[in-house]
Design a protein around this ligand. Structure first.
Ligand code: SF4
Length: 361
């Protein structure tokens, strides 16, 4: 049987990736940040945004002391906003509970907000030499193919089993852990890739179960994707003396914790084709009608804009409402923001783009 870790470490010396800004890091803050950013975002995007984030918040203390709005604004465009809220909550825990120092053990790291087992293992192995394997999607794919795991790797029982097997492969020496963890990441990203893996040049080829059994294209098992749902919503761009009314989105769900335009609920687009979803702003926000510059009905609904998420497509239509003066909604859920300051609050990308287009039109 091939010596998995030695083979991988030798491969990395010759073929591992270089030039990623978070590589060769011993600073747990930077490892943690890159791991969280890379969870659902492409490497090319993370490269740029990681540097930007570190410039604004160079340490975990800086992040802990920031406001949630500052963090959300900096995260805007990266998507999956729960990551940003957890990042902030985790920084505060590290500051408050651990005197600003990251715990060194993966068993403690995993108890912190937003840190899963693989991220905890990455921090502990890169920064503190803990002999623990990561098990992100790349590593699961590599191990499933190498070991011939034909069941769905997303199943909890299969995942647990892969964890145990991954542990068997870690190097004996703690000082090899940073290079080994990086090698696992590099190999999954560049050789044992989801499509067209480079089996002909692969150092594991003679021992790889999927290769020797001609099952590479079948492992890992592809479970049918959820059908994309089409939804629509109407949004209100309410302007009063160059101030725009924003509503805070619920912490959980799409665009969670970001500011956005007041909107109707998102309904199945096939159910109400082309129908306006709000019949009046008064009905929606309880607004006194004497503040309207023009009757509500004359506020035209603009052409729909499309935004595609992972499992749904949103068509949103904006209605511009001009008021003679601001009104107070007496709630932390709403705020008026000067139109020139919109770029400083955390907004969903399509809303930010629409506002930029509006300002430049
Ligand atoms: Fe992956 Fe192919 Fe190498 Fe097997 S032989 S580990 S499937 S790249």
């Amino acid at each position: 049987m091939i010596d998995f870790s030695t083979t991988l470490l030798q491969w990395r010396k010759l073929h591992g990736r270089t030039g990623l800004p978070w590589q060769n890091q011993k600073d747990p803050y930077k490892v943690w940040l890159s791991e969280i950013m890379l969870q659902q975002t492409q490497v090319a995007t993370v490269k740029e945004r990681y540097i930007e984030f570190i410039q604004v918040f160079p340490t975990v203390q800086d992040l802990a002391q920031a406001s949630q709005d500052q963090v959300m604004a900096l995260w805007a465009g990266l998507g999956y906003y729960t990551r940003a809220r957890n990042l902030h909550a985790c920084a505060k825990r590290i500051e408050g509970q651990f005197a600003g120092k990251f715990p060194e053990s993966s068993a403690i790291l995993v108890t912190l907000p937003g840190i899963g087992m693989s991220t905890a293992a990455a921090i502990a192995s890169f920064c503190f030499g803990e002999r623990i394997s990561i098990l992100d999607a790349n590593v699961k794919r590599l191990l499933a193919r190498f070991l011939g795991v034909e069941d769905d790797v997303k199943k909890a029982s299969v995942h647990q089993d892969l964890w145990k097997k991954a542990q068997i492969f870690v190097p004996q020496k703690a000082e090899d852990m940073p290079a080994y963890t990086q090698a696992l990441m590099d190999f999954g990203a560049t050789v044992c890739t989801p499509k067209n893996p480079k089996c002909s040049n692969c150092v594991f080829q003679p021992s790889c179960h999927a290769f020797t059994e001609s099952k590479v294209s079948m492992i890992p098992l592809q479970v049918k994707k959820v059908k994309n749902k089409i939804v629509q919503s109407e949004m209100l761009f309410i302007l009063a003396n160059h101030q725009v009314l924003f509503e805070l989105r619920p912490a959980k769900g799409i665009w969670g914790g970001l500011w956005s335009l007041p909107e109707s609920s998102w309904v199945d687009a096939m159910k109400v084709p082309g129908e306006p979803l709000h019949h009046s702003i008064q009905e929606f926000l309880g607004l006194p009608s004497d503040l309207l510059e023009l009757p509500y009905k004359t506020a035209k609904l603009l052409a729909p804009r499309k935004h595609v998420f992972t499992h749904r497509t949103l068509y949103f239509q904006i209605r511009i409402i001009k008021l003679t003066e601001k009104f107070d909604l007496n709630s932390d859920q709403y705020q008026w923001v000067n139109i020139s300051d919109c770029e400083h609050i955390g907004l969903p990308t399509p809303i930010r783009q629409w506002i930029n287009d509006y300002l430049s039109s």
